[in-house]
Design a binder for this molecule. Structure first.
Ligand code: GAP
Length: 533
């Protein structure tokens, strides 16, 4: 049995398409970059991830309530939160092919680009600077390298290489740090400039600045602006949390790595409100609890890690932020990608929505004011403080924010589940945790005759009342098992000739391939026990 390696991501992507986990959005029109659709198996998987989160974080707790807020909110929300002024990435544009890049992605993309790799071969063979376009063309011809049409402009760039590029050609690590030339065509890049990631739209018929609105880039702000509503409409007392699952939108400059960085994605966010004196303890509690959640659902081992931010990475108002990270197979060896951030946010958000946009000055949060001394963006002016009956104290609660991505979580569960077992006739299987498996069980008659379907169908109909199950009477039994292994179905029940004699069926375990016989009357009880073990 082997764990994923090498071009494993290509295999995972191929399986996800072939078996209906994930499709490219609008594929028949060539797709649209940064958008994805979940197929019949994927929608069940992602829903199971969200349901597991909602169940464990909301239903199983006395100190959590839920919300479902609108995607488009009052534009002032984003001005006060800082997203309007500050939610941007630095971007560069190629003057030649007009491609846009996130500035910090240029180096790594350059290092991987086809033309740069070809150029590295050239530099390796010729220590002196390759001088001209002719030289490069002759080199390519001699090596039998066909330069793809898209690489033709790159040759021009190579024809005027500078020392930095030659040096980068000798040293792949340096290349990943250098944003010298366009990874696509080798053309010149503009200087980095900020690009706001919020998608804009307009409310109402007139496309005017006054009607400009934004698709939310995070679900969190809906929670902050409803803090008072929740306090007033429920009997919940501090410390308590508000949870929300929903779509967020970011106009990422370079969406990449499958669903990892998308332009439309789902978040599962909690804002946990507490007394300032207890916020350090609650931060540690949520950091550890969220890490355990992933571990218990199968992301165990060295591919999952908790990374505490260094003190100098923290916002001035925060006494801690941690990222829960996973070593996705599309990343370089030793690299990790963020699944969730757990942040201590102090009273920053509630205070901003009361007073206006805040900035840090001399270690304090103060109102961001314009040249005229007036607040740049005014808050709601509403009182968002909390009166604690027991302490007899009024204060602005501190907030701990565990903020997870549903799509990134789902992708990590897919990558972790993907297993190759060469000893099986069909070696690929998905070892999902039973709570996450899209289909919980399958029922097969060994052959589609001899009275076997008449026994198998009622078993299936009974199971289907409680769990998503499938009935399959077509193809050889080996093929049917393989189909279920690829879908990640933990158990298959098969009715065969012996069932007619002694009433037993075989149950096959996905992970071990082990089979045992149980009485057909015990199938539901067996499945219930094993799914919830
Ligand atoms: N309210 C805090 C917040 O939004 P964030 O780190 O920007 O924090 C939280 O986002 C989580 O949302 C990330 O850890 C990630 O799982 C997910 N996420 C963010 N941007 C994403 C994107 N472009 N595509 C997919 N998931 C994304």
């Amino acid at each position: 049995m082997s764990q994923p390696s090498g071009n494993v991501m290509d295999k995972i992507v191929a399986l996800c398409k072939r078996r209906g986990f994930i499709f490219q959005s609008s594929e028949i029109y060539g797709g649209i970059n940064g958008f994805w659709d979940y197929g019949p198996l994927g929608v069940e998987l992602k829903r199971n991830v969200k349901n597991a989160w909602w169940n464990d974080m909301v239903h199983a707790r006395d100190d959590m309530v839920g919300l479902d807020c609108s995607i488009i909110m009052h534009p002032q929300v984003w001005k006060v939160s800082g997203h309007f002024d500050l939610f941007s990435d630095m971007m560069q544009t190629c003057r030649q092919c007009k491609k846009l890049y996130r500035a910090d992605h240029v180096g790594p993309e350059l290092a991987e680009s086809k033309w740069f790799q070809a150029f590295r071969g050239l530099v390796a063979e010729h220590q002196e600077q390759p001088a001209s376009q002719d030289f490069v063309e002759q080199w390519a011809e001699r090596k039998g390298k066909k330069l793809a049409p898209g690489l033709a402009p790159a040759i021009k760039a190579i024809g005027r290489v500078d020392e930095r590029l030659i040096e980068a050609g000798r040293n792949q690590t340096l290349a990943a740090k250098l944003a010298v030339y366009c990874p696509n065509c080798g053309g010149d890049l503009t200087d980095p400039r900020p690009f706001n990631l919020m998608f804009e739209t307009h409310t109402g018929a007139l496309q005017e600045d006054e009607n400009k609105a934004f698709l939310r880039p995070e679900t969190a702000q809906g929670i902050f602006v409803n803090f008072k509503n929740v306090c007033d409409s429920t009997r919940i007392k501090l410390p308590f949390g508000i949870a929300q699952v929903g779509k967020s939108f970011r106009n990422e400059i370079t969406p990449r790595n499958y669903t990892f960085r998308s332009r439309e994605f789902e978040q599962m966010e909690i804002e946990f409100f507490c007394h300032p004196s207890e916020s350090g303890r609650w931060y540690e509690y949520w950091r550890d609890l969220r890490m355990r959640w992933y571990t218990e659902l199968g992301l165990a081992g060295s591919r999952l890690r908790l990374r505490e931010h260094d003190k100098d990475e923290l916002s001035h108002y925060s006494c801690g932020t941690s990222d829960i990270e996973y070593a996705f197979p599309f990343l370089a060896e030793g690299d990790f990608g963020e699944l969730e951030g757990v942040a201590h946010r102090g009273d920053f958000d509630l205070r901003s929505h009361m007073e206006g946009k805040l900035v840090a000055k001399d270690g304090q949060l103060v109102l961001d004011v314009g040249p005229d001394g007036k607040p740049k963006w005014k808050g709601s002016g509403k009182d968002l403080t909390y009166f604690d009956d027991e302490r007899k104290e009024r204060f602005v609660p501190h907030v701990i924010e565990p903020s997870a991505g549903a799509d990134r979580g789902t992708l990590a569960f897919i990558c972790e589940a993907y297993t190759v077992d060469e000893s099986r006739p069909s070696p690929e299987l998905m070892k999902f945790h039973p709570r996450l498996a899209p289909i919980k069980a399958a029922v097969f008659p060994l052959v589609n005759k001899d009275g076997l379907p008449e026994i198998a169908e009622p078993i299936y109909r009974d199971l289907r009342k409680r769990w998503p199950c499938q009935y399959d009477a077509k193809a050889s039994i080996g093929k049917r098992y393989a189909r279920m292994d690829e879908a990640g179905t933990p158990y298959c029940f098969t009715v065969d000739g012996q069932t007619k004699e002694d009433g037993t069926v075989t149950v096959r375990d996905r992970d071990t391939g082990h089979q045992e016989r149980i009485d057909k009357s015990r199938v539901a009880e067996y499945l219930g026990r094993h799914l919830h073990r």
